[in-house]
Design a protein around this ligand. Sequence first.
Ligand SMILES: NC(=O)c1ccc[n+]([C@@H]2O[C@H](COP(=O)([O-])OP(=O)(O)OC[C@H]3O[C@@H](n4cnc5c(N)ncnc54)[C@H](OP(=O)(O)O)[C@@H]3O)[C@@H](O)[C@H]2O)c1
Length: 273
Amino acid sequence: MGRKRGKDANRRKKVLITGSGSGIGRSTAITLARRGHIVLATTHDEEGAEMLNKMAKGKGITLQSFKLDVTLPADRQKVLDNDIDVLINNAGIGESGSLTEIDIDRVRHNFEVNVFGPLELTQLALKDMMRRDRGTIIFISSLAGRVSMPFLGPYGMTKSALSNGVTAMRRELSMVTSNVHVVLVEPGIYHTGFNQETISKKYGWMGERSYFHAMIEQLRSDEEFYLNLAERHSTKSIITKIVAATEASRPRHRYVAPWWQGFLVQMARMLGM
Ligand SMILES: NC(=O)c1ccc[n+]([C@@H]2O[C@H](COP(=O)([O-])OP(=O)(O)OC[C@H]3O[C@@H](n4cnc5c(N)ncnc54)[C@H](OP(=O)(O)O)[C@@H]3O)[C@@H](O)[C@H]2O)c1
């Protein structure tokens, strides 16, 4: 995406992004900074922030990076008093494995990072936005929240919950303001390393005592096959959507990319999957 900005993008916005140390968050931060926005590109740890600041300086990109672990109350406070126009809740992790036998603490932690932390951060960001009657909150959910896939239940549940909650919040806010917006972005499958890390987690604990032990090797090769087939190597299509949502004066409810994965998910839902 070039530097040219459309009608909606005329106003320079102050944007805080979580999970900017890698993948979609990092590319979004760089793209928005290059488009002239004031970018607070927050990361999971201090090391990530240092690396991002160094990279930005080296490439002549103006952004500010600091640590914001979405699960830590003290870190979440950093969103306050910053006059943020747009909060992009991008940080996320994925747990995999059968819901029939997964340690519930893994599921709980996935909800802490993907749902509860971002929700608490959003409530804090909204304090300023509601007072100023202006702002946009963007949640990076997933198409995985719209279809159920075996052995991806722990992660899929967090994204279904997020998508449901975001829609509820959007409808609630529309009853009291037309100027504070809540938006869902639902990426399909992109090659950032996230999917490999997510699906491999289950192999760390689904051992000999698993109900599914006999089929683990088949599962591994099926997953590799489908990821090779579906993963998009460029994140450009989803970054374009996030930028459009960030810059829109009246953002849409839902942004999806790649379009064909969104279409397939719609079909799967019609078939009751
Ligand atoms: N890639 C896909 O196919 C895909 C598809 C649908 C949705 N998504 C969603 O897109 C978002 C970004 O994923 P990605 O693909 O870009 O993967 P990624 O590179 O792994 O990005 C996730 C980022 O979140 C950070 N993070 C993890 N726990 C955190 C915490 N407690 N506080 C703050 N940051 C934390 C990670 O930092 P560390 O690495 O330092 O822990 C990492 O930088 C996620 O919400 C993911 O669910 C991705």
